[in-house]
Design a protein around this ligand. Structure first.
Ligand SMILES: Cc1cc2nc3c(=O)[nH]c(=O)nc-3n(C[C@H](O)[C@H](O)[C@H](O)COP(=O)(O)OP(=O)(O)OC[C@H]3O[C@@H](n4cnc5c(N)ncnc54)[C@H](O)[C@@H]3O)c2cc1C
Length: 158
């Protein structure tokens, strides 16, 4: 099958993405790496009217450490590969470094994003489990507000 027709917006800034999501509400979906979403669209399990592609948004591709908080901060568009292939990852977050090789093969990790996996929240996926095990946070943003949830508050299924 092929996806139902949709409009496509390539967001070049975080603000572009937030504006499009605010304007289109439930009719819009974020497209990150597309590794899970495209299968869902092809099977028509979801039929959003607009896809907001965040993959080219520089700010959302950033990965950095906050040494004071002892946190690795991964932007919404950062690929799994861009985090896995950090030379310092094994020292920064050893469990994450150990988990990445178990996620399919590198072609998938080259496109799939860390946050897309967290948002998709497949119960068998490695990254939601690692986030929960490490007591990590998820930062949620909309045009109007920003809030931070602990992993166990973010994942609502069992
Ligand atoms: C062949 C294959 C094998 C795989 N094997 C594994 C595996 O072994 N282990 C594993 O854990 N995963 C596996 N995956 C899944 C892979 O890790 C995906 O990359 C990941 O689940 C989704 O990330 P993505 O960036 O591709 O998200 P997308 O497919 O773009 O999006 C997934 C969902 O999350 C939403 N979303 C994405 N980003 C955001 C955001 N910033 N804000 C709000 N919503 C957002 C989308 O709207 C969509 O609903 C596999 C995938 C494939 C195709």
């Amino acid at each position: 099958m092929k996806p139902a027709p949709f409009d496509y917006l390539r967001a070049m800034t975080t603000q572009d993405a937030l504006d499009a999501l605010a304007q289109n509400g439930e009719d819009a979906r974020v497209l990150a790496g597309g590794q899970s979403l495209m299968a869902v669209l092809n099977m028509r399990l979801a039929q959003p009217r607009m896809l907001v592609d965040i993959s080219r948004t520089d700010e959302l591709n950033a990965v950095r450490t906050d040494n004071e908080a002892g946190q690795l901060i991964v932007g919404a568009a950062a690929t799994q590969g861009s985090v896995e292939w950090r030379a310092s990852l094994r020292d920064e977050v050893p469990l994450l470094a150990m988990a990445f090789p178990h996620i399919s093969h590198f072609q998938i990790r080259n496109r799939g994003t860390v946050c897309g996996s967290i948002a998709h929240a497949d119960p068998s996926a490695e990254l939601p489990l690692v986030l929960a095990a490490l007591g990590g946070d998820v930062t949620l943003r909309s045009k109007k507000k920003k809030r931070v949830l602990k992993a166990e508050e973010f994942f609502q299924g069992s």
